[in-house]
Design a protein around this ligand. Structure first.
Ligand code: NAD
Length: 462
């Protein structure tokens, strides 16, 4: 790994910058890699999960990455142009500009839940900015990680993009490399370790983390419309999505209706679970029992568990697919209300008045995503004004992440920094400030020995 890194650093030193045509060629190669191997990518992820809906893999991984490449290729020439900046009156007629320059070698550590796009999307931004990229994919998706290593080696020079596979020990060594930028997508706990390792090298980090993302329904928004978006957001990838709506804040008087509508809607979207090709399995036995543990803990502490598919309970499943459930009568001491769920469970928290709902969110760590369902602009403005959250969709779930012209990232425990589109280009570039002195200038007035001219100048500046 160290040898590969040294080779990349040497290549970056020899060619520290690249023109638009070269970067465009790299992006085009990445698009070829995806389109020419889409079936293999879908199959590998399906095998890693035990079952992953092929539609979800296309929507959440391959097509999403292709859309990002398309947008980036369309805009890259414009992003690469030096940016003109204003000049203070006293410095006229000098000129100011910002030049975006590649940082060098970017490290990417990715998680298992979207094992392709979480490795490739940061790579797209880093390549657009003219960098070289080393990727460390998750050990929990060994088929996809191995395929990624083969494909990247086929489509890219080894000193340009490379994949290092391995477990946590490899990940630790990887995060200790003196990258010029390190992007980590994963849990908040591991994010802290990665930032500590990066600090030893003063490597700048982008941390794309997780947390509990709430959905808030107002007292008048049509129940069916809100629930359709919440259920589809929750059950996409069986809830194993960083921006999945984790729990729902619902006006107390609408709670019973909400539970009934979630049940009916889930059953309409997925008439069955175990034999349904649209429904994705849980990634591993360990995660399966972790989510079961959340249910048992909540039940032991007095929660009500509503089975959405009672007819499938106890059926021999022979699969890691988990039956979706609604959890009511929750309390703060339950693990399901403390940890990111990352599974098909939907806790419902009743509230009285929007301020109570906002306080509930603000009393907890800043979420990665926040969803509001309301046609009332005062309600929406209240949601947008006070709580900090990485990103927001109003009257929908998940879709802010696929907006190419919006930054994506968390805040506080849900992340540091952002990427996607121009914001990604800026993250992976150094914004070099350049002052161009003009031939005509008063610079000599500032030279020592300081005398009356300098006094007059200071007087003007005071
Ligand atoms: P994880 O933190 O367990 O692992 C992520 C990656 O970190 C893996 O590649 C792993 O090998 C590596 N790693 C593990 N220990 C390490 C260490 N000590 N030092 C360096 N690297 C180490 O996360 P996960 O379980 O794979 O993913 C789930 C989490 O990711 C959830 O919290 C989810 O919300 C979050 N996530 C966030 C986003 C986002 O864009 N914000 C996207 C997807 C997932």
């Amino acid at each position: 790994m160290k040898q590969k890194f040294a080779t990349m650093k040497a290549a970056a030193r020899a060619n520290p910058n690249s023109d638009h045509a070269t970067r465009d060629q790299h992006l085009s190669k990445m698009a070829d890699l995806i389109t020419e191997n889409s079936d293999a990518i879908i199959a590998a992820i399906c095998e890693d999960f035990g079952h992953r809906s092929p539609i979800e893999t296309q929507f959440g991984e391959t097509l999403n990455a292709l859309a990002d490449i398309k947008h980036t290729r369309k805009k890259l020439a414009q992003w690469m142009r030096p940016e003109k900046r204003s000049v203070g009156m006293h410095f006229l007629p000098a000129r100011n500009e910002v030049r975006y320059q590649p940082k060098g070698v970017v490290g990417v550590i990715s998680p298992w839940n979207y094992p392709f796009s979480m490795a490739i999307n940061p790579t797209i931004g880093a390549l657009a900015a003219g960098n070289r990229v080393m990727i460390k994919p998750s050990e929990l998706t060994p088929k996809l990680s191995a395929l990624l290593a083969i494909l990247i080696a086929q489509y890219f020079e080894a000193d340009h993009v490379t994949v290092i596979t391995g477990g946590v020990d490899v990940a630790q060594q990887f995060s200790a490399l003196p990258f010029d930028h390190l992007v980590f997508t994963g849990s908040t706990k591991v994010g802290q370790l990665v930032m500590q390792a990066a600090a030893n090298n003063l490597t700048p980090v982008t941390l794309e983390l997780g947390g509990k993302s709430p959905a808030i329904l107002d007292s008048e928004y049509p129940m069916k419309l809100a629930v359709e978006k919440i259920v589809s957001g929750k059950l996409f990838n069986a809830g194993q999505t960083c921006i999945s709506p984790d729990y729902a804040l619902v006006p107390a008087e609408r709670e019973a209706d909400f539970v009934a509508t979630v049940t009916a809607t889930a059953r309409r979207f997925y008439p069955s679970i175990f034999d349904n090709p649209d429904f994705t399995a849980i990634i591993s036995e360990a995660h399966f029992s972790r989510i079961n543990g959340l249910i048992e803990d909540a039940q032991a502490k007095g929660a009500t568990i509503t089975e959405i598919y009672p007819e499938e309970v106890g059926k021999p499943a022979n699969t890691r697919k988990m039956l979706p459930k609604i959890i009511t009568n929750t309390s703060d001491d339950m693990k399901v209300m403390q940890e990111e769920i990352f599974g098909p469970l939907l806790p419902v928290v009743p509230y009285n008045g929007v301020d109570e709902a906002i306080d509930y969110v603000m009393d907890r760590p800043h979420p990665l995503a926040f969803y509001g369902f309301s046609n009332n602009s005062t309600f929406v403005e209240k949601l947008l004004h006070k709580p900090l959250a990485g990103g927001v969709s109003i009257n929908d779930t998940l879709l802010h992440i696929v907006q190419n012209d919006l930054p994506f990232g968390g805040v506080g425990t849900s992340g540091i920094g952002c990427y996607h589109g121009f914001d990604g280009f800026k993250t992976f570039s150094h914004a070099k400030a350049v002052f161009h002195q003009s031939k005509i200038n008063a610079r000599s007035a500032m030279f020592p020995p300081y005398g009356k001219t300098m006094d007059r100048l200071l007087g003007m500046l005071r």
